[in-house]
Design a protein. Structure first.
Length: 241
């Protein structure tokens, strides 16, 4: 793989891995390779990040391994030239990376990664498109009046071609931001989610426009952009309504 590809996989998925050692399999990124397609998934059970990469050639046998996120973090720090390649040598209990006269060996995480294939809905009732930077900045400002004990909860409400992003701490005050959106459906959405999780998801897209897909205030939110169907972010909402 080009070093740039592996670095992008790490940057666009690693933040969704868990840091709780109670479920070790969730502290790594799941790499599944079938023929010429590599699917990389990270989840902490509250959010999920999935990146699909198409390989130049087919792999003869299916691969399904979990690589510790901490070790991938150390690996990508060593990359010096994005155009150079890195070789992945995969064994039953370890993986070896070779690049630029460096050989790095990492153990793999034992266990079965949860099947996440059915978590991402196929159809949606409300589809919203908006400017990525405007949405990120509005959530960032609204998150000033949230606290970690309540999972940095903010509310998102659509009203036609506008959306309101709000938060409040009763003793201190509240924040209300309005942004313009594109929405074809008449139905509106009222939902709450973690500002931190949403900002992490938005930041990974690297695009001017972001698409938010909803079914209801209790079903998963999908974050992606139309230009790159190979990267999908999923966030579970927080029940406040």
């Amino acid at each position: 793989l080009p070093q740039k590809v592996l670095k992008n996989i790490y940057n666009q998925t690693a933040f969704a891995t868990s840091n709780q050692e109670t479920r070790p399999v969730l502290t790594g990124i799941n790499f599944k390779i079938q023929k010429d397609q590599m699917e990389c998934t990270a989840t902490d059970s509250y959010r999920l990040s999935k990146k699909i990469v198409h390989l130049n050639e087919e792999v003869l046998e299916d691969i399904n391994v979990i690589i510790p996120t901490k070790n991938l973090s150390e690996l990508v720090k060593m990359f010096l030239d994005d155009d150079h390649f890195v070789e992945l040598h995969i064994f039953n209990n370890k993986i070896i990376f070779k690049f630029d006269h460096i050989v790095l060996m990492s153990s793999l995480i034992n266990g079965t990664y949860p099947d996440t294939s059915k978590l991402i809905p196929e159809t949606f009732k409300v589809k919203i498109k908006t400017n990525l930077h405007e949405l990120y900045d509005a959530i960032d400002r609204a998150s000033l009046l949230t606290n970690e004990s309540e999972k940095n909860t903010i509310r998102f409400e659509s009203h036609g071609q506008e959306a309101t992003i709000s938060s409040n701490i009763p003793e201190i005050g509240n924040v209300k931001e309005t942004i313009f959106i594109e929405k074809e459906e008449e139905e509106d959405i009222h939902i709450a989610f973690s500002s931190k999780y949403m900002m992490d998801a938005i930041k990974s897209l690297e695009h001017e426009e972001v698409e938010l897909l909803f079914n209801s205030e209790v079903e998963p939110i999908i974050v992606k952009n139309k230009e790159n169907p190979n990267l999908i972010q999923l966030i579970l909402p927080i029940r406040t309504y």
